[in-house]
Design a protein around this ligand. Structure first.
Ligand code: V1P
Ligand code: CA
Ligand code: ZN
Length: 400
């Protein structure tokens, strides 16, 4: 009114308990919690801690996790150890039931499992609270984002669904929450948890389809026609959107698709809070992923969502080439604080070797990942245009 404009600064908060780093899924398991050590070291080496409020959240309690999860499942999760796993026949009975073990051993029982799940969940819940209290505009928890966990089962490296817990907290003061998931896998656990409500819209971009041996890409769900319950009496009808993609999608295609579809969802749904799962397994050269994205294209998703100026919770997720996970989440932290980072990594960076040498990205923050692991691009312009048309069609459910 007096002509003086308040400088448009964002309050960014970083929620992190370093104890998560010390947990091990096992040497041959692709999920490496120490990728968070690398990410944190990069963030500190660039001085980004001075541009954010740092919090060290306490672990979530049993009762806090029970807001979503079954108490019987949590009781089991709390009590199993690698030692009592085989010796207790009572426990063996529940292993299968609750999604553990199995041939693939996606969800191993490791030392400190309960501590691990409480730490990453506590951080997501704390981040959600900071948004609710208006202490931050953007709250970040790179240790969370475990989107496959179900209320009574572990699945795909995920034991407790911190995203569902965070959204439940956001719902106490928000009428509509949008969930967007750029992990290369389908965000099935979050979708399922909110399939019967119109107060959460879930949108996932992911690889979908069969390989040459007829095996579906994990978890095997999330086709374009899967829009959630369509029963008119179900309030969740039309509040799910899935964008199934093929191998090798590139930067320009992904950015166009993300901007077009996410933009349309935000303008139609008008959320008052957004949760963005930033799984970094959608990058080129990921050990499990199939896409060809570079770090800045992945970061474009954060930039685009941020540009709507809606309270934003950023969480991690998958990401199986640790040095690139660290690069991406460092870049995305800088996108939030509005900082530009130099492509030459700081000389004083601990673990500099992890990023050095031609194999590891030549000491750069933004190496070209497009050709690190060749996945031929099966996404044609025509296919993507059809996908967008179909997505827009699905959005018409929102008009009731
Ligand atoms: O494909 C499967 C199993 C085999 N089945 C019958 C199902 N599991 C995948 C799980 C991927 C989980 C991704 C989690 C996230 O979305 C969120 C954190 O990123 C799987 C894969 C794979 N290539 O898809 N498990 C493993 N690889 C694996 C490899 C070695 C040891 C343990 C698990
Ligand atoms: Ca996804
Ligand atoms: Zn994933």
């Amino acid at each position: 009114e007096n002509g003086i404009e308040k400088p448009k600064g964002y309050t960014v908060s970083f929620h992190y308990n370093a104890e998560v780093e010390y947990h091990h899924f096992g040497s041959s398991h692709p999920m490496k919690p120490w990728r968070l050590t690398l990410a944190k070291q990069l963030i500190l080496a660039y001085g980004l801690e001075y541009a954010m409020d740092l919090y060290q959240p306490r672990p979530a309690t049993f009762d806090e996790l029970a807001i979503f999860h079954d108490r019987q499942y949590l009781g089991f999760l709390q009590s199993i150890t690698p030692q009592n796993l085989d010796s207790d026949p009572e426990k063996a009975k529940y292993l299968e039931l609750f999604g553990f073990g199995g041939e693939s051993n996606d969800c191993p029982v490791f030392d400190g499992l309960w501590n691990y799940v409480s730490l990453y969940s506590g951080a997501s819940v704390h981040a959600a609270h900071n948004l609710l209290n208006h202490q931050s505009d953007i709250a970040i928890n790179w240790s969370g984002g475990l989107h496959h966990a179900k209320k009574n089962a572990a699945s795909g490296f995920c034991y407790v669904n911190d995203i569902v817990l965070a959204i439940q907290h956001l719902l106490t003061q928000n009428q509509r929450v949008l969930y967007v998931d750029v992990d290369v896998h389908h965000g099935d656990g979050v979708e399922q948890a909110f399939e019967s409500t119109d107060r959460v819209f879930t949108l996932s971009y992911h690889k979908y389809g069969l390989d040459k041996w007829g095996a579906g890409f994990f978890p095997g769900t999330g086709n374009i026609n899967e829009v959630g319950p369509t029963d008119p009496s179900n309030r969740g009808k039309g509040h799910t959107l899935n964008i199934p993609l093929e191998d090798g999608i590139d930067d320009e295609q992904y950015k166009w698709l993300f901007k077009t579809v996410t933009g349309a969802v935000i303008s139609k749904y008008q959320p008052t809070a957004i949760v963005l799962q930033c799984g970094a397994d959608s990058l080129g050269g990921d050990r499990l992923g199939r896409f060809n994205l570079n770090i800045k294209a992945h970061g474009f998703c954060v930039e685009h969502v941020k540009s709507f100026n809606i309270p934003l919770l950023l969480i991690g997720g998958g990401g199986y080439t640790p040095r690139n996970v660290a690069r991406t989440w460092c870049h995305e932290t800088a996108v939030c604080t509005g900082s530009e980072l130099h492509n030459n990594l700081p000389m004083h960076l601990p673990y500099l070797q992890a990023f050095d040498g031609t194999e590891n990205g030549g000491g750069m923050l933004y190496p070209n990942l497009h050709n690190t692991k060749r996945h031929d691009n099966q996404n044609t312009r025509e296919k993507l245009q059809k996908l967008v048309a179909h997505a827009m069609e699905n959005l018409r459910y929102l008009e009731g």
